[in-house]
Design a protein around this ligand. Structure first.
Ligand SMILES: N[C@@H](CCC[C@H](N)C(=O)O)C(=O)O
Length: 293
């Protein structure tokens, strides 16, 4: 007896890894339990998150963006929760579209829950970097504190379409075990929870970070997190492109690689980094307990 097969690909951006589900017509119903099963590193395919590739016109959350962006990135965290945006994910999403012949090198627009993002795929076919216009940073302000064990640090509340608490430490080991979420207070600063980034200096305009991702635990990289880190570091360094009219650029090292991030005088943030597809295959829909619509 044959069962329906669901195609998937596996990819990563600076080792923030994703299961990609091409579902162009929006027929695959991905419950939170199904996402958690896909992302399970022992009993599933293993990933920090899922990127479902759906035509914007076929998804209720993206229909209004369909004229601007043909494809919608339906991003889920590994625990099955939904997030507004994924910076590494959108580069990998663009790489999938290129590999599938659905876009070429050059520019394309991708719909996300945080709005449309512009992506540029560099020409060197499979290996080139991908650059994403990540939208404008928001700095909600207010005092935020992050606590790990008996140590606490002041943190910056930075929103890149999704929430981040960014703090500076002497040593990345100070973050301890980031598989469990650090305590962030006041809770009211982040009604939907937050990602937390720990940052150390590496040199002029060069930092390194570790991250606890909301809904995924410690990951090897977080693109939106690296952008939040870049902005928080620039402000700490007294650089604000909106005030000076001068763009700034930082190198942000993550455990899984390196990202280059710039901020323009209009507050928009641009990130460049790798995006790699490593495998593709198929699994039985029955394994996922997924209903095909
Ligand atoms: N890995 C991502 C961020 C994914 C979403 C995040 N965990 C959240 O819940 O906001 C990135 O590269 O930006």
């Amino acid at each position: 007896m044959s069962t329906a097969q669901i195609a998937f690909l596996k990819g990563h951006g600076t080792e923030n890894d994703f299961v990609i589900i091409p579902d162009h017509d929006g027929l695959v119903e991905l419950s939170p339990a199904a996402v958690a099963r896909l992302c399970d590193r022992r009993a599933g395919l293993g990933a920090d998150g899922v990127l479902r590739v759906v035509r914007s016109a076929a998804h209720p959350e993206a229909r209004a963006m369909a004229d601007e962006a043909e494809w919608f990135m339906d991003y889920r965290n590994s625990d099955g929760t939904v997030a507004e945006m994924c910076g590494n994910g959108v580069r990998v999403f663009a790489r999938y579209l290129q590999r599938a012949g659905l876009t070429g090198a050059g520019d394309l627009a991708v719909a996300t829950r945080a709005g449309v993002r512009r992506v540029h795929i560099a020409k060197e076919s499979a290996g080139g970097d991908v650059t994403v216009s990540m939208g404008k940073v928001l700095l909600p302000g207010g005092d935020v504190t992050v606590t790990v064990g008996d140590r606490s640090w002041p943190a910056h509340n930075v929103n890149m379409g999704n929430p981040h608490a960014v703090l500076f430490v002497d040593d990345l080991a100070d973050a301890g075990n980031l598989y469990t979420a650090p305590l962030v207070t006041p809770a009211a600063a982040y009604p939907e929870g937050t990602n937390v980034e720990f940052v150390v200096d590496r040199g002029p305009r060069h930092v390194a970070m570790r991250v606890h991702e909301r809904g995924s635990g410690e990951t090897r990289s977080c693109g939106t997190g690296a952008c939040a880190v870049m902005v928080a570091t620039a402000r700490r360094d007294g650089a604000d492109p909106a005030l000076t009219g001068v763009p700034v650029s930082y190198t942000v090292d993550v455990p899984g690689g390196r990202l280059v991030i710039g901020e323009s005088p209009d507050g928009s943030v641009e990130m460049t980094g790798p995006a790699v597809i490593v495998a593709e295959g198929a699994f039985d829909a029955s394994w996922l307990g997924t209903a095909l619509g």
